[in-house]
Design a protein around this ligand. Structure first.
Ligand code: HSE
Length: 343
């Protein structure tokens, strides 16, 4: 199966690497080898052994290319190329949560019309096999509540600040160096990345579009060492959570730093790890845990979708354009921590 990779950044180059390192096991599971026919990037990589093209037309018009891996990120160019790939009859696999949260319903409908798939396992939870089992649970059950640590960068920064006394700025720099943070880390530390991932999980749970712009979102920029000290004195730690309750009237959703009781499973999720706790009507409580960001974990999740396509073995995980009501946050009942400084 021939593929093209758009964007040779952290994830795009990771996909090529995973396909190379795991070529034998991938071919065995897929039933055929999966080969990178083209890589598209504006930059030149003279030492890399792939055919680099700068023009998407070459990929679009090559009937041998069965799947396009969109690893550019963002919602503009990525959206145009994903759409063009689908219109050209190619499957699309993407880790791009911004694209899926903003244009999921439209692209799923287009993919269905053109007899191809748009798969996005890596978009939430990085390397955690999450979308498949989460949707699997939904086949027989109803998700009632979810709470997750969905941004690896924020969790890494908070862990470094708490456990090693690292400053916020140094911890962020190190997260960027390790390939956890987005090119512009505002989405990570501002909570928007986690918010989009929450919207994807809620859209999957409801089968309808959850507009992430309506979700109350706060990041970790204002967390300080004093907050950790105060939390610890009272038996808590601080975690950046994306939480939601699904009610008959709509969805109650909030993304923000939370005090989490020490001993609660989410309190033990450290570094770049992600976790998602979910409560379903008959299944009860389940929790997913694993590497939430980084080159090879995320790329492995992308490659798992390539194998799905080769095997023709994926369930359609999609939602429609009908919108879900997000209940206004002013109506939520919750305890809040208020920090007051002496002036
Ligand atoms: N920047 C993201 C994170 C990458 O830190 O979680 C994985 O989606």
């Amino acid at each position: 199966m021939k593929i093209a990779i758009l964007g040779y950044g952290v994830v795009g180059s990771g996909v090529a690497e995973v396909l190379k390192v795991n070529s034998a096991s991938v071919a065995k599971k897929a039933g055929e080898s999966i080969d990178v026919k083209y890589v598209s990037d504006l930059r030149d990589f003279p030492d890399e052994p792939y055919s680099f093209v700068k023009n998407f037309d070459t990929i679009e018009s090559d009937p041998e290319v069965k799947v396009v891996v969109e690893a550019i990120g963002g919602e503009t160019i990525a959206y145009d190329f994903a759409k063009r790939a689908i219109l050209a009859g190619k499957h699309v696999v993407t880790p791009n949560k911004a694209l899926i949260a903003a244009h999921g319903a439209e692209l799923f409908a287009l993919a269905e019309k053109h007899g191809v798939h748009l798969l996005f396992e890596a978009s939430v939870g990085g390397g955690i096999p999450l979308i498949r089992p989460y949707c699997g649970a939904l086949l027989t059950d109803e998700i009632q509540e979810i709470a997750g640590i969905l941004n690896g960068t924020s969790n890494y920064i908070l862990t470094q600040m708490h456990e090693n006394g690292t400053s916020y700025a140094d911890a962020l720099k190190s997260a960027q160096k390790l390939g956890y943070a987005e090119a512009d880390p505002t989405a990570d530390v501002g909570g928007f990345d986690a918010c989009r991932k929450l919207a994807i999980l809620l859209s999957l749970a409801t089968g309808k579009t959850v507009d992430y712009t309506n979700i109350e979102t706060e990041g970790i920029e204002n967390i300080s060492a004093e907050d950790f000290a105060f939390a610890a004195e009272n038996g808590y730690t601080l975690k950046h959570l994306a939480t939601a309750k699904l009610t008959a009237d709509g969805v109650q959703a909030i993304v923000a730093p939370f005090l989490v009781k020490i001993g609660h499973p989410l309190s033990t999720v450290r570094d770049v790890y992600n976790a998602l706790w979910a409560k379903a009507k008959t299944t009860g409580n389940v929790m997913f845990y694993g590497s939430g960001a980084g080159k090879l974990p995320t790329a492995s999740a992308v490659v798992s979708n390539l194998v799905d396509i080769a095997q023709n073995a994926h369930a359609p995980h999609t939602w429609t354009a009908e919108s879900v009501r997000i209940l206004p946050a002013s109506g939520y009942e919750m305890k809040k921590m208020l920090r007051v400084y002496e002036g």
